[in-house]
Design a protein around this ligand. Structure first.
Ligand code: SF4
Length: 118
């Protein structure tokens, strides 16, 4: 059995606790350094199924860009595919904040929405 230690900074709240995760054969078996259960959950998810919210910009028809983000985190390994998809999208001039520009980005059930008006 291979045992490793992985050090993470919890990003769930601004306190930024330093987490130490013990991995046995790549699986988290213990977490220390967290000040609350959310940190424990974050550490386990980060070592087994890391997720990220995607924030970026999309072109607007006629020129300019608007900021966009996913409505919730998506698997980290889908980030590249999601970026490729959003690079192919052009937002209509009538876009307002909250409009979904891509439904189910990168094969997930998460939408990419505008966070500002076009
Ligand atoms: S472990 Fe808890 S208190 Fe510490 S940064 Fe994460 S969420 Fe905040």
């Amino acid at each position: 059995m291979e045992t490793k230690e992985r050090i993470l900074t919890c990003i769930v709240c601004p306190r930024g606790c330093r987490l130490s995760v013990t991995l046995e054969d790549g699986k988290p078996v213990s977490v220390t350094g967290n000040s609350c259960k959310r940190g424990l959950d974050y550490a386990i998810n980060e070592c087994t199924h890391p997720m990220r919210t995607l924030t970026s910009t999309v072109r607007v028809e006629g020129g300019g860009v608007i900021s966009v983000k996913t409505t919730s985190p998506i698997p980290k390994e889908k980030m590249f595919a999601a970026m490729e998809e959003l690079n192919r999208v052009t937002a209509p001039k009538s876009t307002v904040a909250g409009d979904a520009l891509i439904k189910g980005i990168a094969g997930t059930d998460v939408d990419l929405v505008a966070t500002e008006d076009a």
